[in-house]
Design a protein around this ligand. Structure first.
Ligand SMILES: Nc1nc2c(ncn2[C@@H]2O[C@H](COP(=O)(O)OP(=O)(O)OP(=O)(O)O)[C@@H](O)[C@H]2O)c(=O)[nH]1
Ligand SMILES: [Mg+2]
Length: 384
């Protein structure tokens, strides 16, 4: 601390001896702005820069479970730069044989239901059992908040300090589709780095839980006792997507109420078609705070994997998810190529104007603009 003496606190002036600390001279204000040089001798030219890694360096690093390299690979995935994303794809492609060995669990529920606290509790249980856990998030609001999971690191205090756990907040840019795609690729790279359980948190109030549903094996819906369905903002659709319903905060005074809520959900589940044909969805209670019911939930997840792997639905689901992803990428890419076509771009304002003046029909406009596009389609590799 290098405060000018007039701003020093009263007790600090003259290094008052009544305190056990001394004021020592700090560094000047410009210190932080000063570049770091390899040595004073070559200070004029060389900054210390991080070593550029090749695709092979990344792959080796990831396979060796190097957390720093894993973090840098995820940064490539999240980058807006075409070169970075291209490199990320090369890495993912070469790691493909190592991908898919984990159990992927999605966790959803309204804000405040206790998702992060649950992940902390479940994550610690899993580490004790010898698993390596990666925690990711799909949060559509994250472009504004910077990813709620970041703030949540305080809720995941033990997990975030454990080296067997890797926590990554939502990528903070792009549309939901983009965020979901990046999360999916991040999940894959974490699998290659030996994380055998992937927990993905998402807020259960919109499109994001549908994206997460389409990338996980088991989907867990967290609920609260004593809050009507409308209060929890949960639609029947979300209940239909769940593989288990978990009433959280079943502790203290809330325990009995949580038991009744569980019974109510059990009754409601009779009328809901389960997503997985050979799996019966049930409601359970737990307290993420005390840890009660958490190991039991992991037993449910394991039992789900055991049953569906034996019947083959587990693998069918993964296959279906991967095909859905493939087709949604094709759609995204076609749209991208179309809207980035320079001739299409330059024609669109005039067409919009003509349409607003009813000069021709939208169908006619589409056929015109399609002809423009088809005359010289863009090169796939040059799309931004
Ligand atoms: N009593 C009790 N409180 C809990 C329990 N789980 C979470 N909480 C509290 O509920 C509050 C919200 O918990 P979070 O884990 O942040 O909830 P969240 O669903 O991740 O919230 P968002 O990330 O904002 O969507 C915190 O104050 C937690 O301490 C529980 O099992 N029992
Ligand atoms: Mg949270």
């Amino acid at each position: 601390m290098n405060r000018p003496s007039k701003t020093l606190p009263e007790w600090g002036k003259n290094n008052c001896k009544a305190y056990s600390s001394r004021i020592i001279p700090g560094v000047s204000d410009s210190y932080d702005k000063k570049p770091i040089y390899k040595s004073e001798r070559d200070s004029k030219k060389k900054y210390i820069s991080r070593k550029q890694l090749s695709v092979d360096d990344y792959i080796q690093g990831i396979l060796n479970q190097d957390r720093a390299i894993l973090g840098r690979a995820i940064t490539l995935i999240e980058s807006q730069s075409f070169q970075h994303r291209n490199m990320a794809q090369k890495i993912l492609n070469q790691l493909a044989p190592q991908i898919g060995q984990s159990i992927r669990v999605g966790i959803t529920g309204v804000p405040g239901v206790g998702k992060s606290t649950f992940i902390e509790s479940l994550g610690c249980t899993l580490l004790e059992k010898g698993h390596r856990v990666a925690v990711l998030a799909v949060d559509p609001s994250s472009s504004l908040t910077g990813g709620s999971i970041l703030g949540d690191k305080t809720r995941m205090e033990k997990l975030s300090r454990d080296r067997r756990c890797f926590i990554r907040p939502s990528p903070s840019s792009g549309t939901l589709g983009g965020v979901a795609q990046k999360t999916r690729e991040t999940m894959m790279i974490c699998e290659a780095a030996g994380f055998d359980v992937i927990l993905i948190e998402t807020v259960g109030v919109g499109q994001s839980e549908i994206s997460v549903r389409s990338m996980v094996d088991f989907f867990l819906l967290l609920m609260l006792a004593n809050a009507g369905d409308e209060l929890q903002g949960i639609k029947k659709g979300i209940m239909e997507m769940a593989d288990a319903i978990l009433i959280n905060k079943a502790d203290g005074d809330n325990k009995t109420r949580s038991e009744s809520a569980k019974n109510e959900f059990e009754r409601a589940l009779h009328y809901i078609q389960p997503t997985t044909s050979d799996w019966r969805v049930h409601a359970y209670t737990c307290s993420s705070m005390t840890g009660e019911g958490i190991p039991e939930i992991w037993d449910i997840v394991k039992s789900y994997c055991h049953t569906t792997k034996a019947s083959g639905t587990f693998f069918e689901k993964r296959k279906k998810q991967s095909l859905e992803w493939f087709y949604s990428l094709i759609e995204d890419q076609l749209k991208n190529m179309f809207y980035h076509h320079p001739d299409v771009k330059s024609k669109l304002p005039q067409i919009e104007q003509d349409l607003s003046e009813c000069r021709y029909t939208p169908y006619h406009a589409v056929s015109q603009v399609m002809k423009t596009y088809q005359s010289q389609p863009l090169d796939f590799d040059n799309i931004p």
